[in-house]
Each structure stands twice: as structure tokens, then as C-alpha cells.
Design a protein around this ligand. Structure first.
Ligand code: MV4
Length: 455
């Protein structure tokens, strides 16, 4: 029985896990870097141990120090949150070898889904649609052109060692293919020290839609619906919502079934997310599986009423899921706006500093997951996200209006934030009509005067 959990993370997700532990009557141990000594999760956890200097490489990424703290405080489990070591198979194994439960899937599932080629092969065998393309890396231009013709232009050339949008080139015909193929290989070699590339059918202006999965250790797997994460800037999600304004009930059912099959194919345990690209015709293609809880998990929590962090802990405790697929209802609409301490007037570079006046919005249908407070010094060493505003209601229109109202109330003095940008998006007709694809932000910035979100 898990009685004490070490939280191997920081910021709002560490606070989120402290809160879930508190409600479950489980003790929480916060680990923190010297830069986070005044962070809220340190103050609210039952116990706290400093594991090193500010730099993540010397603290939050130091598996040895985290496990030493776990042993010192005699914890039963470690919750990795997201980022840092949350998808590090070796760390998961180290926890298990020290008889500490890693709250997440097996190291094997992390490893399988962490290798893009193995992940695609695994889900393809389970009958999940993947983007048509080369079977792994392709290095002869003649073979590549032949395949490009077979797939049908346009095609996208991706670096094997790339990811997150880095090392991608698009070709529209044989002529451009020859050029882009070599450019992609040279850029990959320079950027990642690995020039291997693969090709796929290019999905034009796709939506990025992901499905939340929950799987217990007794073989039961269910899905908790989707999150539309198409509004991204430079591959960083800005807004996530559920349900997707684009999915039809039939498409939702088919994608939900595919997601459960993907999780079953890797003997998944815990909370996981299957990511897809969806084209304008409603074809969906697997891109990757995330073997961790995600930043945007509150969107699913507010739509389904299920506390995902508590579920992770219960599953790690060996408990059976207490619901069936038929019990999962999608009666609300939720929208999450990520609040980053970034300066829109300076191309959204991080804007660390000390928060002055701080007032979080509230009222019906408003949730704020944040570790910010008045007087908090935002450290410059970590991700610039300082909170998440989740607004929900019985319809998308209510959720949208509520988000705009809540953003208008949200006061964070002393630092620049993305609040003005979020307000501009919430009142943008294209977004309000549910027409945003992954091409939306580029189009938004091209047509929106910057003084609308630079205030
Ligand atoms: C694609 C694509 C279109 N066609 N693959 C970008 C990062 C990585 N997650 C996958 N990405 C894409 N892969 C094919 N075959 C378009 C993107 C893409 C994208 C995907 C999801 C969310 C935002 C995106 C922004 C630009 C491009």
C-alpha cells in the first residue's frame, strides 16, 4: 500500500500531485533545487529535501540524487510528473530495482513507445492507422524518389533524430524532392549528428488530436476522450480543448477504439496519451504515444469528472479501474489556456522575475492550476509556464466566454505573460468557430496587429 510518494518534479504539476496525495491521505515528499526553495510545492508538501543546484542537470534530472532522497525519506513510490525523467526507461528501472514503485508504465512500455519506429510498427500491427511512408530511414535518393511517387506528393522528409518539428522539409514534386532530400539530410547531420531521414505523406494543415488512456494492472484499458491541441506556437501547445470541435461521434468512436488497441499492444499501465494527426477529410494517423501524464490533463478531468493523478496513484497501488468505458460521459466542454511568463513584444522570450500583484480568476466553471503567488520569484532555469487556466461549461460557447472573462480577471504583475495573447485568441472568429488547425497560429500572427496582444 503506497503511504508516501516522492514527487520528482516542480512547479504546477508538483503542486497538483501534492494535492492529490493530500486528498488520498498519502504523505508527500517534495524534492527541489536551490532555486526552488521558495516554491509552493515545497511549502505545501509534508516533507521536502533539496537535491541540488538550480540547473536541471544537477537536480531534477539527477536520478541518483532523487533515489537517494527517496531512500532517506523511506518513500513507497515516485511520481515523475511530466518532462524531466518522466519518460526515462532507465530511471523507471532504477526505481523498481530499489523496490520503489515508479508511478507510470513499465520501463519496457516507455522504451517501446520512446522509439518512434518501434512505436509505429507496434501500433500498425494493432491495426492503428499510421501515416503512409518509408519503413524506417531511407538513404538512396533513387529509392526515396520512387517511394515519394508511390505515396503521392506532397511528401515530408523527417530527420530520424529530429522530433518536435525540428528537421522537417516538404517536397511537392520530383524536382523539389531531390533538393529537399539532400537539404534535410545535411541539416539533420549538422543539427543532430545523424543525417538519417525517413519520408511520409504530407498531411496538409492537420489537426493535432490526442486521446487520453487509462489502463490498470489487470488488463483493463479505457479511453477518456480526446483533446484538440492544434493551437501551437513553434510546436509548443498554447491552448487545448475537449471535445474537439472537429470530431464527429463516429470518428471519436473509431479513434477511441484505436487508442485502446495501441495501449493494449504495449501492455500499457497507467495514464497515457495517443497523439494523432487528423486531416480535413477526417482521416487520422498515429504520430506518437506519450507514456506520462501531460500538462493538459485537467481538460479531460473537467470533461469526465475523473481525477487522473489519483487514478495514476490507485493504479500504481494495484487497484482495478472502478469504471467501464460505458461509464465515461462527455457532458462538458473544457478549454485550457497555458499562462507563460514570456514577453510577446520580444518574440515570447522568457520573462522571469518577481511577481508583484497576483490575482487568480474564479467563479463558476473556472480552475487555475498554478504555483504562482504574489512575491514569487520565477526562476530563469526552467520552462516558462507558470500556470494553466481551465474553463469549462455545458457548451463550447459558454467555455469560450468564460475563458475570456477569466483571462480579463487574471492579474500577474511584475512579469510579462501570454494572457493578452490568450485573450486575443479567445476572441478571434476563426478560433471561436472551431476552425483552428496546426496552421492557425501562423495565420493568426500574420493577420493580427501585435498591439492586440502586446499590452
Ligand atoms: C507531420 C505533419 C504533416 N504531415 N507529419 C510536427 C512535430 C511532430 N509532432 C509532428 N509534426 C508534424 N508532422 C506529416 N506526415 C505536420 C506536423 C506539424 C505539426 C503536428 C502537430 C502539431 C503541430 C504541428 C505544427 C507543424 C507541423
Amino acid at each position: 500500500m503506497i503511504q508516501k510518494i516522492l514527487i520528482a518534479n516542480r512547479g504546477e504539476i508538483a503542486l497538483r500531485i501534492v494535492r492529490a496525495c493530500r486528498e488520498l491521505g498519502i504523505k508527500s515528499l517534495a524534492v527541489y533545487s536551490e532555486a526552488d526553495a521558495q516554491s509552493l510545492h515545497v511549502q505545501l508538501a509534508d516533507e521536502a529535501i533539496c537535491i541540488g543546484p538550480a540547473k536541471s542537470a544537477d537536480s531534477y534530472l539527477r536520478a541518483d540524487r532523487i533515489i537517494a532522497a527517496a531512500e532517506l525519506a523511506d518513500v513507497d513510490a515516485i511520481h515523475p510528473g511530466y518532462g524531466f525523467l518522466s519518460e526515462n526507461a532507465k530511471f523507471a528501472e532504477q526505481c523498481e530495482s530499489c523496490n520503489i514503485k515508479f508511478i507510470g508504465p513499465s520501463a519496457n512500455a516507455i522504451r517501446m513507445m520512446g522509439d518512434k519506429a518501434v512505436a509505429k510498427d507496434t501500433v500498425k500491427k494493432a491495426g492503428v492507422p499510421i501515416v503512409p511512408g518509408s519503413d524506417g530511414p531511407i538513404d538512396k535518393e533513387a529509392d526515396a524518389v520512387k517511394l515519394a511517387r508511390k505515396i503521392g506528393y506532397p511528401v515530408i522528409i523527417k530527420a530520424v533524430a529530429g522530433g518536435g518539428g525540428r528537421g522537417m522539409r516538404i517536397a511537392h514534386n520530383d524536382i523539389s524532392f531531390a533538393k529537399e532530400f539532400h537539404v534535410a539530410r545535411n541539416e539533420a547531420e549538422k543539427a543532430f549528428g545523424n543525417g538519417a531521414v525517413y519520408i511520409e505523406k504530407y498531411i496538409e494543415k492537420p489537426r493535432h488530436i490526442e486521446f487520453q488512456i487509462l489502463a490498470d494492472s489487470h488488463g483493463k484499458v479505457i479511453h477518456l476522450g480526446e483533446r484538440d491541441c492544434s493551437v501551437q506556437r513553434r510546436h509548443q501547445k498554447l491552448i487545448e480543448e475537449s471535445p474537439s470541435p472537429f470530431l464527429t461521434p463516429d470518428l471519436r468512436k473509431r479513434m477511441g477504439k484505436a487508442s485502446v488497441k495501441a495501449a493494449e499492444a504495449c501492455n500499457y499501465e497507467g495514464a497515457g496519451t495517443i497523439e494523432y494527426l487528423v486531416d480535413a477529410q477526417g482521416n487520422f494517423y498515429f504520430i506518437e504515444m506519450n507514456t506520462r501524464i501531460q500538462v493538459e490533463h485537467p481538460v479531460t478531468e473537467e470533461v469526465t469528472g475523473i481525477d487522473l493523478i489519483k487514478q495514476q496513484i490507485k493504479i500504481a497501488n494495484g487497484e482495478r479501474l472502478e469504471f467501464d468505458q460505458s461509464d465515461i460521459t462527455f457532458t462538458k466542454h473544457a478549454i485550457e489556456c497555458r499562462i507563460n511568463a514570456e514577453d510577446p513584444a520580444r518574440n515570447f522570450i522568457p520573462s522571469p522575475g518577481t511577481i508583484g500583484l497576483y490575482y487568480a480568476p474564479g467563479g463558476h466553471g473556472v480552475r487555475v492550476d498554478s504555483h504562482a503567488y504574489s512575491g514569487y520569484a520565477i526562476p530563469p532555469y526552467y520552462d516558462s509556464m507558470i500556470g494553466k487556466l481551465i474553463c469549462y461549461g455545458s457548451t463550447r460557447k459558454i467555455a469560450l466566454e468564460r475563458a475570456y472573462r477569466a483571462l480579463s480577471e487574471y492579474l500577474i504583475g511584475g512579469v510579462k505573460t501570454t494572457i493578452p495573447l490568450q485573450k486575443a485568441i479567445m476572441s478571434d472568429p476563426t478560433f471561436m468557430e472551431g476552425k483552428a488547425t496546426t496552421a492557425y497560429m501562423e495565420d493568426f500572427f500574420a493577420r493580427t496587429p501585435s498591439d492586440l496582444f502586446n499590452t
